[in-house]
Design a protein around this ligand. Structure first.
Ligand code: KG4
Ligand code: ZN
Length: 338
């Protein structure tokens, strides 16, 4: 039997193309299991309809795996948490409907979580945790946001991309270079053997906003011009092109992060999201932190990418505040708040 004070939450994440389930007990991760969807690779991006179908196929095996790895029976659960949004509607509906059905049958509360707030709260899964207030730059395939975090339930988006996300910039550049999808990890790997010899324009946005769509166009024109003169240009200079693209994206991110820190006077600074796996971003972020006197935080890789453990942590804080949702709750596709 569970102890009376134990809070055990099953969390489900299905906002995009990964089906993930995690079991969190008293804020500690007991399991975090994810099924990736390889089906999208051949299309160079996530195909929403295929993502929903794959979630349908994966969700029960992934949940069973998470419960088994945690050695937790369904009857011991205190609540069911799920990602309500933002994300792809068809994908979100699978996790939402599953979570509702399970909470109803087990007669336990239901907790809805915002995916972007959960990326920020991934910093509370493991030590060291940032102190409040802190700045969190969330960089993923779908989002680029500067978040001022005052408390676990008090966050403000103070800057964001006006078009493409940082991960999307990596992925689109990689597509032009024939690197497959997602291209971020491949660009990271190739860049390590090259030098940033080619200069791409860095868009300057007012305030703390970002813009990455111009970069894709600049790379396209650059490649067109070079390939007209030398059809082997990409093959010969792939590592240097990757290093240059990566250098440009990282510079744009860090320049705005530095400005945000100066404007707010905050020196607790964190990265979140899948792009924080990037080697150059991590190295230059740490170096900038030393130069600026920041304390810097990056979660473990498995908690940077989309995962259910971060949904579970966010849900744990909601559980402690008694923030449960009704069975008629519906997903939403955009936004930082419901
Ligand atoms: O957070 P995430 O797993 O999913 C979203 O919520 O989007 O982020 C995936 C994104 C993809 O765009 C991928 O190309 C990028 O993160 N990414 C990287 C690296 N690893 C993943 N980008 C650059 N360097 C990496 N090492
Ligand atoms: Zn995400």
């Amino acid at each position: 039997m569970p102890f009376a004070h134990q809070v055990t939450i099953l969390a489900i994440e299905s906002s995009c193309d990964d089906t993930s389930a995690a079991v969190i007990r008293d804020g500690r991760v007991l399991s975090n299991c994810t099924a990736n969807q390889e089906v999208h690779r051949q299309y160079g991006g996530v195909v929403p309809e295929m993502a929903s179908r794959a979630h349908q196929a994966n969700i029960i095996p992934v949940v069973e795996q998470a419960l088994r790895q945690a050695s937790v029976h369904k009857e011991a659960l205190s609540a069911i948490a799920f990602t309500r949004g933002p994300g792809l509607m068809g994908s979100l509906l699978v996790g939402t409907s599953f979570a509702k059905a399970l909470s109803l049958s087990l007669e336990i509360p239901l907790i809805e979580v915002n995916h972007l707030q959960a990326h920020v709260l991934a910093h509370f899964i493991e030590e060291p945790v940032p102190s409040f207030p802190f700045l969190c730059l969330t960089v993923s395939g779908g989002h680029t946001q500067m978040v001022l975090v005052r408390d676990v339930n008090s966050m403000e988006v103070i800057g964001q991309t006006r078009d493409d996300a940082a991960g999307e910039a990596f992925d689109k550049a990689g597509k032009l270079l024939g690197l497959g999808y997602p291209a971020g990890p491949a660009i990271d790997r190739l860049a390590q053997q090259g030098q940033p010899r080619f200069a791409f324009p860095e868009a300057q946005m007012p305030g703390l906003d970002f813009s990455f769509s111009g970069l894709k166009t600049a790379i396209l024109y650059f490649l067109r011009e070079q390939l007209a003169a030398d059809p082997q240009f990409v093959d010969k200079h792939l590592a240097d092109i990757c290093a240059s693209v990566q250098h440009t994206i990282v510079s744009m991110l860090l320049r705005t992060l530095q400005r945000a820190a100066h404007q707010t006077g905050i020196r607790e600074v964190a990265l979140a999201g899948g792009v924080s796996a990037n080697t150059e971003l991590r190295q230059r972020f740490e170096a900038l932190g030393r130069q600026e006197g920041w304390r810097t935080y990056i979660p473990a890789f498995e908690y940077c990418i989309d995962n259910a453990a971060m949904i579970g942590i966010a849900a744990y804080y909601k559980y402690l505040r008694g923030e449960f949702c009704a069975q008629d709750v519906a997903p939403y596709t955009r936004g930082f708040q419901p």
